[in-house]
Ligand binder design. Structure first.
Ligand code: ARG
Length: 395
């Protein structure tokens, strides 16, 4: 029998996929779980896979690779899709897809399968990454192909003895170290506030105030409260710290690649705080021209990764620019967290372009304000002339 590699989480969609691949496509199923920091019970996932009759289960620990090659460039690019979403799921998909391609080669599988529906972005990310890496592989997406819906899937799971956890019955959740996405269920009604049973990191009953300091080197967070640590631990710690202050919920209307407007709820305490701190440091060390141009690049970066074009050459072109700008992004940012809010309250850097001697209103300033008059007149030459013409020709 031919083999298929199924990207497997042990949840509703992918469990149902195992059965469909076996019964309908007559394939031997090899399940693949890629660890991107989702904190799941991986032994349990392995057990579910074997109970479903997969011929093999593969676990790959890709946390380091995820942090280094996906999360780190996202921080450098201040990546927030539609100014809100830190792209946790979007960043993990191309990595999972590339591992599936590796495993297809290793196990001589002819197909790769994923549990994405035809309504979301994840299908785009999986399919395009797989096609870019190995166009000879067949892609099977049972939920999309068979037009399955959650209610039908739950019924099918019930009939086929597939066990589904209570939370997975209520919501569609995707999690990794960079954030957690919660969709469906009660949240489909735009008037419902996310209830605490859907949240994992963010607590809302803490009224204390906490200050933290994040150190950056070349745009990468390298220390928390002056303690050097690797980025994986730093993100993990910051998820708990910021989450304990109620920081990290994102609730917004998002435009999916397929045209749907959806209501998306995320928890991403560390991602929000780190990006805010990183942006703030960039404002201190980069020139106005660099900042204005980088804003355009950052926006494109987020769009390409959101929309499944992770392997488009433009993304690596943009990365080359971003990388260059990060050479001076060194310093320390102090953030205050209180009752759901986070705010930068202190910053320092050896590359700081802020000059106290220039900005001060006291007499020791090295800024010659008498030069400003001429500058202002020339600066507004065209703009003021245009307005005179408009007035002249009004009547
Ligand atoms: N809307 C988000 C994205 O496109 C989250 C997707 C979450 N996936 C899920 N299976 N719940 O990246």
């Amino acid at each position: 029998m031919s083999k298929v590699i199924l990207a497997f989480s042990g949840g509703l969609d992918t469990s149902v996929c195992v059965k469909y691949l076996q019964n309908l496509h007559k394939l031997d199923v090899i399940t693949l779980t890629v660890d991107v920091g989702q904190n799941d019970d991986f032994d349990e996932i392995k057990k579910i896979s074997s109970e479903l009759g997969a011929i093999e289960h593969i676990y790959v620990d890709s946390k380091k690779e995820f942090i280094q090659n996906y999360v780190t460039p996202a921080i450098k690019a201040n990546a927030l899709y539609q100014q809100k979403y830190p792209l946790a799921t979007a960043l993990a998909r191309p990595l999972i897809a590339s591992k599936a391609v590796d495993m297809a080669k290793k196990f001589n599988a002819t197909s790769i399968s994923h549990g994405c529906t035809g309504k979301g972005n994840d299908q785009v990310r999986f399919d395009l990454t797989i096609r870019s890496l190995d166009p000879s592989l067949n892609i099977i997406a049972p939920i999309r192909d068979m037009n399955l819906t959650r209610d039908k899937e739950l019924k099918y799971a019930n009939e086929n003895g597939i066990k589904i956890s209570e939370i997975a019955k209520k919501y569609s959740i995707d999690e990794n170290l960079w954030g957690r996405a919660i969709e469906g269920g009660l949240l489909e009604n735009l008037e419902n506030e996310p209830s605490s049973d859907s949240l994992k990191y963010v607590q809302q009953d803490n009224t204390s105030t906490e200050y933290i300091t994040i150190g950056f080197e070349k745009g990468i967070p390298i220390s928390l409260n002056s303690q050097k640590m690797d980025l994986e631990k730093l993100i993990d710690d910051l998820n708990s710290i910021a989450g304990s202050h109620g920081v990290g919920i994102i609730d917004h209307i998002e435009d999916r690649v397929v045209g749907i407007k959806s209501r998306e709820v995320y928890e991403a305490p560390a991602a929000l705080v780190l990006i805010e701190a990183h942006k703030d440091l960039e404002k201190l060390v980069l020139t106005n021209s660099e900042l204005r141009f980088k804003l355009l690049v950052d926006e494109q970066w987020a769009w390409l990764s959101y929309s499944g074009l992770w392997l488009d050459p433009l993304l690596s072109d943009l990365n080359a620019f971003v990388e260059k700008t990060q050479q001076r992004v060194n310093g320390e940012i102090k953030v205050k967290m209180h009752n759901g809010s986070y705010r930068v309250v202190g910053r320092k850097s050896m590359f700081s372009l802020y000059s106290n001697d220039t900005v001060t209103y006291l007499s020791n300033s090295n800024y010659d304000q008498t030069l400003a008059k001429g500058f202002v007149a020339l600066w507004g030459l065209q703009s003021t002339a245009a307005n005179s013409k408009i007035m002249e020709n009004k009547e």
